[in-house]
Design a binder for this molecule. Structure first.
Ligand SMILES: O=C(O)c1cc(C(=O)O)c2c(n1)C(=O)C(=O)c1cc(C(=O)O)[nH]c1-2
Length: 229
């Protein structure tokens, strides 16, 4: 028989990954300290768009592998948050508006001309993970969102304070995520703690979160290398 281990332990192990979250990446540290140039901010926005575009594909992959209607009913909300329910709505559109507010054209964001190989590889690896790993592991990999709200709040303050050349209406994406991310991560944590009862399943969940921290970190490394002289 496989031993059952307390969920408190699991939550502690998962939360400990805040230490490898991308908020501590030197590029983010410089962003929040207000020392990035407009070109560097634009490079980050254009590259992060590839992540934004792929999040709904990743969530659709999770839905396609999840046998539980109750989980699917809540998880599907993530897709409509990003895609909206009509043209001109949703998070992907909000990110495009952030790009425009920062001086990029829609066209140059959508055609990926600024996308660097390392970001493409990291994001594609995240989507492939969701398509190939057990669905609960993919849910666990989304738990970086436990750590996202603090970074979003810090980023909002930094953008308002240091990057006044960005049209303030372009920051709506970050404001929306401030309440979406806690709602989403609370659900993901509920799924993981309900389904991962054996040491083996709990370790797989922790490994999935570790993999995701690496995805985010690799994206930042690639952006930093491409846009820092
Ligand atoms: O700007 C960020 O630092 C950040 C981080 C993360 C994250 O921690 O995965 C997400 C987002 N933003 C985000 O906007 C978003 O929609 C999102 C979805 C997910 C996910 O894994 O399902 N993470 C994140």
């Amino acid at each position: 028989m496989t031993a059952t281990i307390g969920t408190e332990d699991l939550v502690t192990r998962l939360r400990a990954h805040s230490r490898s979250y991308h908020d501590q990446h030197p590029f983010h540290v410089r962003m929040n300290a207000g020392t990035l140039s407009p070109e560097q901010i634009r490079g980050w926005v254009a590259n992060r768009f590839y992540y934004q575009e792929n999040i709904p594909l990743k969530d659709a992959a999770i839905l396609s592998r999840c046998p539980d209607p109750a989980v699917r009913r809540r998880w599907i909300r993530r897709i409509t948050d990003h895609d909206g329910t009509a043209p001109g709505q949703g998070g992907i559109e909000a990110w495009l508006r952030l790009g425009e507010a920062a001086g990029l054209s829609r066209e140059e964001i959508l055609d990926h001309r600024h996308l660097v190989p390392g970001v493409r590889f990291a994001v594609d690896a995240y989507v492939t993970f969701a398509r190939t790993r057990p669905w609960v592991e993919s849910v666990a990999s989304s738990l970086t969102e436990l750590f996202a709200p603090d970074l979003m709040a810090e980023r909002l303050l930094a953008f308002e304070r240091y990057y006044g050349w960005i049209e303030p209406s372009g920051l709506a994406y970050f404001r929306d995520r401030l309440h979406q991310a806690p709602r989403d991560s609370e659900h993901a944590l509920e799924v993981v703690t309900t389904h991962c009862l054996s040491e083996q399943d709990q370790s797989a969940a922790v490994d999935a979160l570790s993999f995701k921290c690496d995805v985010l970190w690799s994206m930042m490394d690639a952006i930093d290398r491409a846009f820092t002289a």
